[in-house]
Design a protein around this ligand. Structure first.
Ligand code: TNX
Length: 547
């Protein structure tokens, strides 16, 4: 007689799916499962009256999508899934409780509700991402309790749309996928030696001239040029469209105007911004890759006005709090012989000292000026870790790319940091230690079959990145988050762009979202195979198949 309850309990346990069978990427903080499921065909989907309009809109879109794929309308009434405002929760946190009698979703605002919806979608058949009715799929949510919140607030991805240009539609496709995996920042690299990509009203030649180059070097050979005029740019209307599209998906765009180096396209447009006298030939939008020695003449007030005008328009256009001002790879040889730069150095009393040149300090001065200019417009700056050389003004955020040292140092000094080291986060690097079979990438330039193993950024390598390694406990709160970068010197086609992004962006999402104890590469790979990769298929995304 006593055995009956035990058998019943065992039966109940046996019918519940294991948490590991639910395949949510990035893995939620906590998830428990129980028996049964909630049929969502034609289910009621309700919003609490105190929810804000954006959240309600996100829920409505979910209801419309579910109605479409189930082939039965989900109504905003009746029993089913209830979205409930819960002000006690942190901004990005959410909780989901699914019982066979109904489901409840709690969050304190848009980000939480949006992420809850992403999780609900991952609990459903992959056709939820499609545009076709699929009435025969199993439209059931498994009974479960999920409570979740991200580890890091800044969960970024950078796209270089300068070396090669990608259409608004392609960017939206990437934003769609980013939102599924709960990334929340797209760092949009918009200016380069090889092309200027953003409309600036006050300087029309930036896009008339600077957006176009006379050909591109072929493969890794610097002595070649394919002779094909190449370029493109985004109008302000297109950019507003992208900003709005991203915002609906919980993503803020961080625009980058890379200064004072990587500016050759701007110099081709407005040669008077350069260091006169040092040019053997007129400036041209660059047709080769690398670090150009032709940089802005920052000794001239005219250049400063140009930068402020450009950043002013950028600040007016992008609603996010951050503007990235680049700062990387700026050779300062031209400044050494330029009279205006040297006069500025004297005027500011800058000296070679403590291993930092007067010219490096001149770059600090430019960074600080842009920072205070943007601060007056309510914006904060992010810069590549070179901005740390010399003295960096308070309030700047450092993006650590040359390994992790810059980030460790900056956090220790009290600066906010976004970790983006080449050693783990460079998606332009080859994905497998196989030079022969992987498509031509930047790694092919320097790696040999013997060394490629070291520089390859495999899915597993990226997955294993621990951003707080070597960060002292009292500085860890300065690590705002993690970002991967996709530089596109050798990436001209959308399908190759996607191949380099995926599935590595999914590994990135767990580095950004999950506490270390929630990470498990074997589980993650199973989640990919069983669910996340079919989701990418449904989104029409190209990706590298698992090994
Ligand atoms: C370094 S990362 C760069 C880029 C290149 C990239 C190639 C950084 C701030 N600068 O300009 O495209 O390497 O991997």
């Amino acid at each position: 007689m006593k055995k009956a309850p035990l058998i019943l309990a065992l039966l109940l346990c046996a019918c519940a799916p294991k948490a590991a069978d639910l395949h949510i990427v990035p893995a939620p903080q906590s998830i428990t499962t129980s028996c049964g499921s909630l049929d969502v065909r034609g289910t009621g989907i309700n919003c609490d009256k105190s929810m804000d309009a954006r959240s309600v809109c996100a829920v409505q879109q979910f209801a419309e999508q579910l109605s479409l794929v189930c082939g039965t309308e989900c109504k905003p009434s009746g029993k089913g899934i209830s979205f409930v405002q819960d002000d006690t929760m942190t901004p990005e946190a959410y909780a989901i409780s699914v019982r066979s009698s109904g489901a409840e979703v709690r969050a304190s605002g848009f980000p939480g509700f949006f992420y809850a919806i992403q999780t609900l979608k991952q609990l459903l058949p992959v056709q939820i991402y499609g545009r076709e009715p699929a009435p025969d799929a199993a439209w059931k949510l498994p009974c479960c309790e999920i409570s979740d919140a991200p580890r890091f607030a800044y969960r970024g991805l950078m796209l270089d749309c300068c070396r090669h240009f990608f259409s608004v539609d392609e960017i939206k496709k990437v934003l769609d996928a980013m939102s599924v995996f709960k990334l929340n920042r797209l760092h949009w690299h918009l200016s380069e030696d090889q092309g200027w990509r953003i409309q600036i009203d006050k300087y029309p030649r930036l896009t008339e001239v600077g957006a176009w180059r006379d050909g591109t070097m072929v493969g890794g050979d610097w002595n070649t040029n394919d002779g094909i005029r190449y370029g493109g740019y985004y109008t302000k209307d297109q950019i507003r469209d992208v900003i709005g599209y991203a915002a609906e998906r919980g993503i803020t765009i961080v625009p980058e105007i890379d200064l004072p180096g990587h500016m050759q396209a701007a110099l081709a447009s407005y040669p008077e911004l350069g260091c006169k006298g040092s040019q053997p030939q007129p400036y041209k939008v660059w047709t080769i890759w690398g670090v150009s020695r032709q940089v802005l003449n920052v000794g001239s007030e005219k250049t400063m006005r140009f930068l402020e005008d450009v950043l002013g328009e950028v600040a007016d256009l992008f609603p996010g709090e951050y503007i990235h001002i680049g700062g990387d790879e700026c050779p300062r040889d031209e400044w050494k012989s330029d009279p205006a730069c040297q006069a500025k150095i004297r005027e500011l009393g800058l000296k070679d000292a403590d291993g930092v040149s007067a010219e490096a300090r001149l770059q600090n001065y430019v960074t600080a000026r842009m920072q205070s200019f943007l601060a007056a417009k309510g914006k904060k700056i992010i810069g590549w870790d070179e901005i740390l050389e010399g003295e960096l003004a308070e309030g700047a955020t450092v993006m650590s790319w040359r390994g992790t040292k810059g980030g460790i140092k900056a956090a220790g000094m009290g600066y906010d940091v976004i970790m983006s080291p080449t050693t783990y986060c460079y998606l332009d690097y080859i994905q497998a230690p196989d030079l022969e079979n992987e498509p031509f990438s930047i790694t092919h330039q320097w790696a040999t079959p013997e060394t490629v193993g070291k520089s390859a950024i495999t899915l597993e390598k990226l997955y294993g990145y621990e951003p707080l390694d070597e960060i002292p406990a009292d500085a860890q709160h300065h690590i705002l988050g993690v970002q991967c970068n996709l530089w596109t010197e050798y990436i001209a086609e959308p399908s190759y762009l996607e191949y380099m992004l995926f599935p590595r962006v999914l590994a990135l999402s767990e580095v950004q979202w999950c506490a270390p104890d929630r990470k498990d590469f074997a589980r993650f790979k199973a989640d990919l195979a069983n669910h996340a990769l079919p989701v990418l298929d449904e989104l029409g995304m190209n990706y590298r198949k698992l090994d």
